[in-house]
Ligand binder design. Structure first.
Ligand code: NAP
Length: 254
């Protein structure tokens, strides 16, 4: 089919938190934005959250379309990307944002906790990047941004699975950046510190206080702080930047 004149943007996990803020930050009348979500435990809540993201993007003049797709299941990812390509014929920007936690100490961690987190946080970005990179290489242009985490660099007790997934996504970023640079595709990561979303809301107060005490700027970050870094990385201004990890952490890591 004929490629659309409009840009196509794909954002995983766009129904809430940082992903929703990224959807809003990248909203553009000249772009169609596709995002996904997946929360089998709360099908009505997740659909309502996705509808809200679509409205938020429409309110700032963009078009967003939400789909229930599990990033950890190859067939679902293939079908989602296939659907997007049938509709638009191109993909200009991919943001691998969807992520989960299953926190517990290493010695208590169940195999299922490990597999679930690695599946969503690391296999998901692999499945999306592998497919989308083919299209971007043919286009000879594209931007991929992976949402990592500060803990993927410094480690964190109680998060062996999560930290391994985030260290892994940094390795994936650097390798994809080297492979795709000759074809005009950049691949970078944003590593947030402590950001106020549903993911961190459930942390015990003591843990939150301990984290805040380590932030030189003295406050938690907002989803918009992360979204602004992503907006920069997909902009023309970041054209000569690839394989980098930008820490958005109020100075927690430097
Ligand atoms: P969040 O509020 O819990 O949102 C997670 C998003 O991922 C939701 O949209 C969720 O969809 C989606 N998702 C979860 N599992 C999925 C799956 N299997 N398939 C598709 N989508 C799925 O989390 P957040 O704080 O915004 O985190 C976003 C990213 O930032 C994650 O990669 C996280 O690791 C990273 N990060 C966050 C922080 C922080 O302090 N918050 C710090 C560092 C890094 P549903 O709505 O359907 O559940």
């Amino acid at each position: 089919m004929q490629a659309s004149e409009k840009q196509t943007i794909v954002i995983t996990g766009g129904s809430r938190g940082i992903g929703r803020a990224i959807c809003k930050a990248l909203a553009d009348p000249d772009a169609t934005l596709f995002f996904n979500y997946f929360n089998p435990g709360d099908p009505e809540g997740e659909k309502a959250a996705a509808d809200d993201t679509e409205k938020i993007v429409a309110d700032v003049g963009g078009t967003a379309k939400g789909f229930e797709v599990n990033v950890a299941v190859e067939q679902e990812v293939n079908d989602f990307i296939g659907h997007i390509l049938t509709e638009t014929g191109r993909i200009d920007i991919l943001v691998n944002n969807a992520g989960i936690t299953r926190d517990t100490l290493l010695v208590r961690m169940k195999e299922a906790d490990w597999d679930a987190v690695i599946g969503v946080n690391l296999k998901g970005p692999f499945l999306f990047s592998r497919l989308v990179a083919k299209t971007m290489m043919k286009q000879r242009s594209g931007r991929i941004v992976n949402i990592a985490s500060i803990v993927g660099v410094i480690g964190n007790p109680g998060q062996a699975n999560y930290v391994a997934s985030k260290a892994g996504i940094i390795g994936l970023t650097k390798t994809a950046a080297r492979e795709l640079a000759p074809r005009g595709v950049t691949v970078n990561a944003v590593a947030p510190g402590f950001i106020e979303t549903d993911m961190t809301a459930s942390l015990p107060e003591k843990v939150k206080e301990a984290m805040l005490s380590q932030i030189p700027m003295g406050r938690a970050g907002q989803p918009e702080d992360v979204a602004d870094a992503v907006r920069f990385l997909v902009s023309d201004a970041a054209g000569y930047l690839t394989g980098q990890v930008i820490h958005v952490s109020g100075g927690m890591y430097m």
